[in-house]
Ligand binder design. Structure first.
Ligand code: NAD
Length: 302
């Protein structure tokens, strides 16, 4: 069995794979030539129609993480090649980043650092006074794997009240989970002190949160996104933050990734940006790497 691993994955997962298969790793110049491959594992790299058609022995494509948009699923289906991915393995890491964002924004950690860099006053200025999160209301845009884990931490850890906008969620599920389900995004935004966005990027979610939605938010609202660039309209977010019609925001995702300092959001003291690191924890990389290797080997073993 010959498995191509196009980008680095966790060492323990590689050991497991090497014990059962011949591995063509990311540093091999032949890695993209799938003509003799039985399987291929990718992280961000694409798997194109040409590559699939030029790989007569290909039996499975493994995606490290979620988001299979860079893999030609149509051609894979045509050729009867299953695509396996790891939807649950990084959920907790992403959910923890949501709280990193909420706490860092509410307590103005970025702005604190800027003051220290410029030469700090002995007593922090009033502009650095922050907000608590305990007992406040949390608005979730999307109640899938990440949204529901965020809700669990919010309730258990901070006694927050959870409000949800997810048009695919049933009222019975909301009742069972003890969350308030809203019929419109706007009604949820009016209630929320903190807002976390975790929906996929689709034609319906592109630009889902723009000027009209920011106009519904409380002036003390903090909004954080670990979804995909484009779900929040970046220029509307800039306006809301610059005019202080909301309190702060943080995002792990941008329309253009990696973002550069030309992105005006990054100039704002009440905005924090990260490099799409939602799933990048040691624990998550071990889980994701091992899950994708297990699933690929399971298909190869039939
Ligand atoms: P999921 O599929 O379990 O949940 C998505 C939820 O969004 C579902 O409950 C769905 O009903 C809801 N939804 C769909 N359209 C909606 C709409 N128009 N309005 C409100 N809700 C809507 O996915 P997940 O595992 O929770 O992940 C969510 C997204 O987070 C992923 O699609 C991915 O884009 C992103 N993500 C980012 C990172 C990162 O590193 N930042 C890591 C993992 C996932």
């Amino acid at each position: 069995m010959r498995v191509h691993v196009i980008e680095p994955i966790d060492e323990s997962a590689m050991r497991k794979l090497r014990a059962e298969a011949e591995v063509v790793a990311w540093d091999d110049p032949e890695k993209n030539d799938l003509s003799r491959a039985d399987a291929v594992i990718v992280r961000a790299a694409s798997v194109t129609r040409e590559q699939i058609l030029a790989a007569p022995g290909l039996k499975v494509i493994g995606k490290h993480g979620v988001g299979v948009n860079a893999i030609d699923l149509v051609t894979a289906k045509e050729r009867g090649i299953p695509v396996v991915y790891t939807p649950l393995s990084n959920v907790n890491s992403v959910a923890e980043l949501v709280f990193g964002f909420i706490l860092a924004t509410a307590r103005k950690l970025r702005d604190n650092m800027e003051h220290i860099r410029r030469g700090a006053e002995r007593i922090a200025p009033a502009t650095l006074t922050g907000l608590e999160i305990s007992g406040k209301s949390l608005g979730l845009v999307g109640f899938g794997n990440i949204g529901s884990r965020v809700a669990q931490i919010a309730v258990n850890g901070f006694g927050m009240e959870v409000h949800v906008y997810d048009p695919y969620m049933k009222a019975a599920t909301a009742k069972e989970r003890g969350v308030h389900l809203h019929e419109t995004l706007e009604s949820m935004l009016r209630e929320a002190d903190y807002i976390s966005v975790s929906v996929p990027l689709t034609e319906t979610t592109r630009g889902l949160i723009g000027s009209a939605q920011f106009a519904c938010c409380k002036p003390t609202a903090v909004i954080v996104s670990t979804a995909r660039g484009g779900v929040i309209d970046e220029s509307a977010l800039y306006e809301a933050l610059a005019r202080k019609t909301i309190y702060g925001a943080a995002s792990d995702v941008f329309v253009q990734e990696p973002p550069t300092m030309e992105n005006p959001l990054l100039q704002l003291p009440n905005f924090i940006g990260t490099l799409h690191i939602g799933g990048s924890t040691h624990e998550s990389l071990v889980r994701v790497g091992n899950t994708v290797v297990d699933d690929v080997l399971a298909v190869l073993h039939g």
